[in-house]
Design a protein around this ligand. Structure first.
Ligand code: F6R
Length: 590
């Protein structure tokens, strides 16, 4: 994954690079480094730690002509200091930071070894620096060397590059996100807009195959040797709110923003009388004989609700995990609409799916939280989640927004307005949970020492169970499984031991009784059963209840319960809640 950042011109480099890198560390945080050129010399610093460790290691300095920095999510080579970026070429002609994966780096390494190159790292990136140098030594032209280098690289790369011989900032891009920020007396680039919004609101989204050079005064962009006229767009920089606002963690802040996010979403897509969706999209969905959702992780679990909403309209609908579908696509009919659901809009597995669909000329709807992201830009139709920046690695408010947006969309397709009335009760229910979160904290104190836990539900309650078990794994490092209530007795019940926590969701009158029976079977075998129910179905002894909401929307209070439970379990275990181990927020590698 990794986050890259660069700048050229009049800048406080230490502040820009380190503050910017901190904002990018949702993309990976196992090592970090920076390089800047000052008075003709390139100074390099790297650490096998987080951006805060790098900040401590970089002594204050002023001046500078050009700088680059990187926060890493290791793909090739362990996260040690040598493998941290920036990497440099053998003779130190080039320094580069890279996000992506070079698939053919082994054969390129062998080729470079034949040219006398010696390698110091286990990374795929080092070959890029050496190839640049090898080409530059022959061509004496940086841009021509970049173009030549791009020609032999297979895989994905967004790179910021410094050459020791000048004070320009060079770049190249394929299949990993990179955008330029245009300033006054300085220009910028980064993996996303966040580190640049304090400096500019004018951006250029780079496309695959583009490369070029930034000077303090201009941006020159090329594709296959030809200069192109860049498209400059403005972004609403207020959207990139990066403050904790008094909260101890972003995850807690973001969980508690959900009611407002849902409110805002309602306002954006319904004007009090009618839905505000693009009518062409609504017609396409009405005409579709099937609606297929493609997504990964939490977004996939939100898509399971999309399937239910569509089925209730009488449509055929399926959801597939992006990384699977990309390799085993089902052959769609001409009247299938594909919905790509992605908070970041940059998930590599989903971009692969989108590429397949684009090649076939099939229509896609992107549901993302990130305007200008790859998936959003390339889709036929786009709907934004308006959830605001989500900084914590765990998706929380974006899941809520995805489910609500899918509900609103299905209602618009079905020509109804009932979800809007339902939204008020949903927002009230979630606000009520926020006020009673200490009750969930008390439950977390009972279960946080457990090695394993189970979430159980039926129907849409099972979809909520899936998302909650993911949250428990990723934030609290508790091994968690989700099962439909009736399925446990077909095998998994063997895992139930004395005090194994089992959380049961009860919100559907159709299955409430059957599920309670399933849970009784588990408590008879020693499990600690904790029932979370809607008020209408509450029974004595239930551990937590929430005010009723219409039908399928019950997943949202249930998932909010699960978000808090994993948050508090992680808090009790003193874990790094916003940045759990091994993860990154935007998964831009396959
Ligand atoms: C879990 C989580 C991930 C993401 C997944 C897809 O909390 O955040 O499972 O949902 O990596 O990411 P997006 O939605 O950006 O495509």
């Amino acid at each position: 994954m990794c986050g890259i950042i660069g700048g050229v011109g009049k800048l406080d480099y230490r502040d820009y690079l380190l503050t910017g890198l901190k904002k990018l560390d949702y993309r990976g945080y196992d090592s970090a480094g920076l390089a800047y050129r000052k008075d003709g010399k390139v100074i390099l610093k790297k650490v096998a730690g987080r951006v805060d460790d790098l900040s401590r290691a970089v002594a204050p300095f002023s001046g500078g002509e050009v700088g680059i920095a990187h926060t890493r999510w290791a793909t090739h080579g362990v996260p040690n200091q040598a493998n941290a970026h920036p990497h440099f070429s053998m003779r130190r002609d080039f320094y580069i930071v890279h996000n992506g994966v070079i698939e053919n780096y082994r054969s390129l390494k062998n080729l470079l070894k034949d040219h006398g190159y010696i390698f110091h790292t286990d990374t795929d990136t080092e070959v890029i620096a050496d190839l640049l140098e090898d080409n530059y030594r022959q061509k004496k032209d940086v841009l021509a060397s970049i173009s030549e280098t791009m020609g032999v690289l297979r895989g994905s790369f967004a790179c910021a590059i410094i050459c020791k011989d000048d004070s320009n900032l060079y770049f190249m891009k394929k299949a990993s996100p990179l955008l330029i920020g245009l300033g006054k007396g300085a220009n910028y680039l980064a993996s996303d807009a966040l580190p640049m919004v304090d400096y500019t609101d004018k951006f250029i989204d780079l496309e695959d195959g583009e490369y070029g050079v930034l000077t303090p005064a201009e941006a020159k962009i090329y594709i296959a040797g030809k200069a192109i006229a860049p498209v400059v767009t403005s972004r609403d920089t207020a959207r990139y709110d990066y403050d904790l606002d008094g909260y101890p963690t972003f995850m807690l802040k973001e969980i508690e923003e959900s009611p407002d996010v849902i409110h805002c979403l309602g306002d954006n897509y319904f004007d009090g009388e009618k839905y505000l969706f693009d009518q062409k999209l609504i017609r396409a969905l009405r005409d579709a004989d099937e609606v297929v959702f493609l997504a990964c992780g939490t977004s996939y679990y939100a898509s399971l609700l999309g399937v239910e909403f569509m089925k209730r309209l009488g449509k055929r609908s399926e959801a597939y995990i992006g990384s699977e579908w990309a390799y085993y696509p089902t052959l769609p009919s001409k009247k299938t609409v594909f919905v790509l659901v992605s908070q970041s809009g940059e998930t590599a597995d989903l971009i692969l799916c989108q590429k397949f669909l684009l090649d076939k000329g099939l229509p896609t709807l992107a549901i993302t939280n990130t305007k200008g992201s790859t998936i959003e830009r390339k889709a036929t139709y786009s709907l934004l989640l308006y959830a605001g920046l989500e900084v914590a690695v765990a998706a929380t408010k974006s899941y809520m927004a995805q489910v609500v947006l899918l509900a609103l969309l299905a209602n618009a397709v079905g020509g109804r307005t009932s979800a809007v009335a339902g939204l008020d009760s949903l927002i009230r229910s979630l606000r009520d949970i926020v006020l009673r979160k200490e009750g969930i904290h008390a439950i977390a104190k009972r279960i946080f020492v457990s090695r394993d836990a189970f979430y159980v539900g039926r129907g849409h309650d099972f979809a909520a169970a899936l998302e909650c078990s993911l949250k428990l794994k990723e934030i609290s490092y508790i091994h968690a499984e989700a099962y439909p209530g009736g399925e446990l007795k077909h095998g998994p019940i063997a895992l139930i031991e004395k005090d194994t926590p089992v959380i049961g969701f009860v919100s559907d009158p159709l299955t409430a009784l059957a599920l309670r029976n399933n849970l009784t079977e588990l408590s008879s075998r020693g499990a600690t059963v904790l029932i979370v129910s809607s008020e209408a179905l509450r029974e004595e002894g239930d551990s937590f209840s929430y005010p009723d909401v219409p039908s399928l929307l019950a997943v949202l209070p249930e998932v909010m319960f699960g978000q808090y439970l994993s948050y508090y379990a992680a808090l009790e275990k003193k874990l790094p809640i916003d940045k759990p181990r091994n993860l990154a927020k935007s998964v831009t590698v396959e």
